[in-house]
Design a protein around this ligand. Structure first.
Ligand code: ADP
Ligand code: MG
Length: 590
């Protein structure tokens, strides 16, 4: 019963808001309208900052860009505000794309500073331009007309703002649940996951940047035509910081957090002034200090914002997600014939400054075999994996994959060619479900982009990708936990999940970096069984592992490394008997 009510909660909230706008006093309707406009900006910030991990101090400038574009089009050229909406969103998208091409490459505080510069330039640019009424602003902006009816007051425009908010939230949620959204959600952990599974991390960052700007411009358009007067103040740096505050306080990882944050911050700011007046008198302005103290307390107690607290309550009452029907993707790549070389490396070399991490290493791996790689810590095994998979560029040597020489190796390209891998330190997206983590592996098997996802045209492909992910989860024995969050898994299960994700990319070569580390004996046995089955299906597997029993039991051939060099290569029994190996690695005096 509670679950059903919660599922209907968004619809009930919309209905209650619509009814309330008819009966509440004008002041409260006005506050609610501005809360909704701020919420729209914050949904964009959730995408950009909370999900894709890019902090923006310039979001209010994009709101201003939308507001001024439409205000100019309607007051100076007499165009309809609806045309103004098109102008505002296209203008913001183009501006964001231009700025984004340069800035999203920057990481961390450089990007934040770049958006700060944009925000400040916009504010002073507009404030000093005669065409925009300088700091006095622009008046006489016409209201939006719907079906011949002019929305002149906030009460009349309330419905329009509510519809815009519902559409923004729905769009944002739909986008995040799509193939593109899964890549976006992986970006907060860095670019590695996206690039390893064939997605362009930079392009997705740019996409989040542009999407956030478009949503901000929509909010600006509403602001201009509801208020019908604009000046630069609400689009300055303070406003940008406010939007960031709202998003972070609410919980920047989820769209609902944006609504909670925007509502709370706006209402507290409005109410504090009235509440503190009897204490400090009408002239003393202490509300900002009190507000700052309140925010510090909230952030101290709830680092991920307020929404995760509410979510715990909500989640415990929600019915479990419907299971996804497993699908075996029919368009899967054919395997090369058994025993054909999949990857050949000749004289591979990689330096880190003066250190030679991989030194003149040659080997090949064939389809339908498991090549074990042994070596003490620091021998260069993980570096070797990175050289093959495109995580690092080689300093020398030659590589070929399925007969084709590889001049420069990029992770994205190798994924598309058929190489897939796991990481020594599990690299998963903890806030995403198991099935979605696995589906990231299948990113390059899908085609639908942001437009298809926005219009809901990706349903068939999503059924296939998620079904394929479910099939692989079933295969590794995690099928009944599909919708649990990856962050709740034990270390051993995280490694298994990584293997499922690597298989989702439909590889011909699988690189496993210490997959059995942290697994219990029975889990190791299940993993060994899985690897044997994959080998029988024709997959080529390179297995780096410390557990010698595990490697000797599985490997068809073995390579031993020490100090970056290959010290033995060939039949496991011969390698085991090799005196050099025994001295250098096995610790047995010959
Ligand atoms: P293994 O996986 O066999 O334990 P690694 O490939 O991780 O070994 O490391 C091989 C050597 O290269 C080590 O000495 C390590 O310190 C060094 N190394 C690895 N990655 C880097 C890096 N990004 N920068 C500098 N040195 C590195
Ligand atoms: Mg390693």
């Amino acid at each position: 019963m509670i679950g059903r009510l919660l599922a209907l909660a968004p619809f009930i909230a919309v209905a209650v808001a619509a009814l309330a706008s008819l009966v509440l006093p004008a002041y409260q309707v006005s506050v609610a309208t501005y809360v909704m406009i701020a919420s729209i900006v914050c949904t964009g910030l959730v995408l950009m900052t909370g999900i894709a991990g890019m902090v923006s101090f310039g979001q209010a400038a994009f709101v201003g860009l939308g507001a001024y574009t439409s205000a100019c089009m309607s007051t100076q050229f007499g165009l309809s505000p609806w045309l103004g909406l098109a102008g505002a969103t296209i203008g913001a998208a183009a501006t964001a794309a231009l700025i984004g091409v340069v800035t999203v490459r920057m990481s961390g505080h450089y990007l934040a500073l770049a958006t700060l510069c944009f925000g400040i330039s916009f504010y002073f640019g507009i404030g000093n331009a005669d065409a925009f009424g300088r700091f006095n602003g622009m008046t006489g902006i016409p209201p939006v007309t719907v079906g011949g009816f002019e929305l002149r007051s906030e009460r009349q425009a309330f419905g329009l703002v509510l519809v815009a908010l519902v559409l923004s939230v729905a769009w944002c949620r739909r986008l995040l649940a799509s193939r593109c959204g899964r890549v976006l959600r992986s970006l907060r952990t860095g670019s590695t996951i996206a690039e390893t599974f064939g997605a362009n991390a930079q392009r997705h960052r740019l996409l989040a940047f542009v999407a956030a700007a478009v949503v901000a411009a929509l909010a600006g358009w509403l602001y201009a035509h509801v208020q019908r007067f604009i000046n630069p103040t609400p689009f300055g740096l303070n406003a940008s910081i406010d939007y960031l505050f709202m998003t972070v306080i609410g919980g920047s990882g989820q769209v609902w957090g944006a609504l909670v944050g925007a509502g709370l911050v706006t209402v507290i700011k409005h109410e504090l002034q009235d509440l503190l007046r009897p204490l400090f008198g009408a002239t003393a302005r202490f509300e900002l200090l009190v507000f700052a103290a309140l925010m510090i307390i909230v952030l101290h107690k709830a680092r991920k914002g307020l929404w995760p607290f509410l979510q715990q309550v909500v989640a415990s009452h929600m019915p479990p997600r419907a299971p996804v029907a497993p699908v075996t993707l029919t368009s899967r790549r054919g395997r090369p014939d058994q025993g054909l070389p999949v990857l050949t490396a000749i004289g591979l070399r990689r330096m880190f400054g003066g250190l030679v991490a991989v030194d003149d290493v040659s080997f090949d791996v064939r389809s339908g075999e498991i090549l074990g790689v042994l070596g003490p810590n620091g021998a260069g095994k993980s570096t070797l994996f990175n050289l093959i998979s495109g995580g690092l560029q080689r300093s020398g040597g030659e590589l070929s994959f399925l007969g084709a020489p590889l001049a420069r190796v990029s992770a994205r390209d190798m994924c598309v060619r058929g190489l897939s891998r796991t990481f020594q330190h599990a690299a998963l997206v903890p806030e995403m479900s198991l099935i979605e983590n696995v589906a990231i592996g299948a990113t390059h098997l899908g085609r639908c982009g942001i437009v298809a996802a926005s219009l809901g045209l990706d349903a068939r492909e999503e059924r296939q990708l998620l079904g394929w992910a479910q099939h692989l989860l079933d295969r590794v024995g995690l099928g009944d936990r599909a919708w649990e969050l990856a962050g709740t898994l034990s270390l051993g299960h995280q490694r298994i999940l990584e293997i499922a994700r690597a298989l989702a990319a439909d590889p011909v070569l699988l690189l496993l970096d210490e997959p059995a580390a942290g697994l219990r004996a029975n889990e190791k046995a299940l993993l060994a069984e899985l690897l044997v089955r994959l080998r029988a299906e024709g997959l080529a597997i390179v297995l780096v592992e410390h557990d010698m029993e595990f490697v000797f039991r599985l490997a068809d051939r073995l390579m031993v490394m020490n100090f970056g060099r290959r010290i033995a290569f060939g039949d496991p029994e011969e390698v085991r008997a090799d005196t050099g190996v025994q001295e250098a690695y096995l610790g047995v005096a010959a």
